[in-house]
Ligand binder design. Sequence first.
Ligand code: ATP
Ligand code: MG
Ligand code: FE
Length: 334
Amino acid sequence: DCLLALESSCDETAAAVCTLEGELISSRIATQIAIHRQYGGVVPEVASRNHILHVRLLVEEVLAEAGQTPRDMAAFAATSGPGLVSSLLIGTSMAKALAIAESKPFIAVNHMEGHLLSPFMSGNGPVRPCVALIVSGGHTMLVRVHGVGRYELLGRTRDDAAGEAFDKVAKMVGLHYPGGPEIDKLSTRGDPKAFDFPRSFLDGRSLEFSFSGLKTAVLYELPRLDLKNEQVLADLSASVQAAIVEVLVEKLVLAARQCGEKLVTVSGGVSCNKGLRAALSARCAKAGLQLLLARPDLCTDNAGMIGFAAAQRFSTGHTSPLEADVDPNLPLIN
Ligand code: ATP
Ligand code: MG
Ligand code: FE
């Protein structure tokens, strides 16, 4: 038996079919990156219109690829928050409509739980206790996972999220939106020691993050830089990335130590970052920690992770009322 999952919290419209055990059968993403790039960021009104244009076709495609019809689905899931209200409404309305038409349950999924559990997909399950780092466009969180739905917040960012730090610095130096992947690419050709950007560890034992100082440091550096020089841009990128990566890696190891936990996971769009993945592998091996990373195509927004989270919840009998509203600020941990 399978369920259909939809994701439309921001600027990607996505649909997936997965089994009730959480195995991914088919998955499609219609990204709007090229559309929003001309504005330098996501325009909510434009995003929701494009979700409307894409969602139905995506549903048809993932069902066809799975060789199934809406009637075969055991449940219909969609992201209900956090995200842009007008975007969230498209996915949830579609999932609810299908649930009503087929007289099957609706499952509202927290987008951040989707990210959080994604490292346990693709054969890495079952979900088990760990210390999890979520690094995305809007969030940077360290979470202690006791089991599905049993989460404890260890620390989060006081200002910018890690992805936001990548994106804002990238914008300052004239790179395309979203800047994270651009900085990742440029970094491979740059010297991470070219600039000594601040690493904000706060007090040594804090599990909170702060990335706004990095932005300011880059801003002060700008007038002295020739950004038309490819090597300068690559060196700057590598140095910015190294500063962000070092803090993320060290705080994750610190959190695991403080909790006495041997398994750590990392998810969210920034966990695609090649420098971060390499640094995590090396550091965790040295610290004797087992590391689970989300598969690169499951790091940024996708419906597969929403289906996986829905399947975990559904297997314990959890469903959502059709009256369940979307919530732009839906918390992962109350
Ligand atoms: P949230 O999940 O917090 O609601 P979001 O859904 O917008 O926010 P994601 O889709 O998980 O976030 O991730 C997008 C972010 O990941 C962007 O900030 C983007 O720059 C960043 N990102 C994507 N790929 C990379 C990369 N290779 N290196 C660094 N950052 C990256
Ligand atoms: Mg996105
Ligand atoms: Fe996300």
